[in-house]
Write a new protein. Structure first.
Length: 120
C-alpha cells in the first residue's frame, strides 16, 4: 500500500472542507496536514475509514492518534469545527467505531465527534 504523505495547505486561504481517507491505522500525515492550515473559512473536517483498525495498536500509532485527538480538540476550540468520522460497520473484527474511545479519548469524552456509518 502506498504511503500517505502530508499536504501543505497554508496557501489555501479559502478552504472550507477537508476530507481525509484513512487507508492504514497511522494518522500522522493527517495531523501534519492539519497543522499547515491557515484558513479562517474552514468549517468541516472528515476522516473516512473503509479499513479495519487492528485489534492491537502499536504505541507509535496510538501516539499518532492522540496527537490528532489533541489537534482536533484545538480546532473545535478555535473554529467550532466538530470532526466527522465515517466508518464501515461489520468489516472484520474491529472498526473505527469500536476503537474510537481509545484512539480519540478527549474528543470522545467531550462528545465532540460525529460518527457516521457508511454503506459497505
Amino acid at each position: 500500500m502506498a504511503e500517505m504523505r502530508s499536504l501543505n495547505l497554508s496557501k489555501a486561504s479559502k478552504l472550507k472542507r477537508l476530507e481525509f481517507p484513512l487507508a492504514k491505522p497511522g494518522v500522522q500525515w493527517i495531523t501534519t496536514t492539519l497543522r499547515t492550515i491557515d484558513s479562517k473559512n474552514l468549517q468541516y473536517i472528515c476522516i473516512n475509514s473503509n479499513n479495519n483498525i487492528p485489534r492491537r495498536i502499536s504505541e507509535a500509532v496510538r501516539q499518532e492518534w492522540q496527537d490528532l485527538d489533541h489537534l482536533l480538540v484545538q480546532f473545535w476550540t478555535s473554529h467550532s469545527i466538530r470532526p466527522r468520522l465515517v466508518y464501515v460497520a461489520g468489516k472484520g473484527e474491529k472498526n473505527l467505531r469500536d476503537k474510537l474511545p481509545a484512539l480519540l479519548p478527549e474528543l470522545t469524552r467531550r462528545g465532540l465527534v460525529d460518527l457516521f456509518e457508511a454503506a459497505d
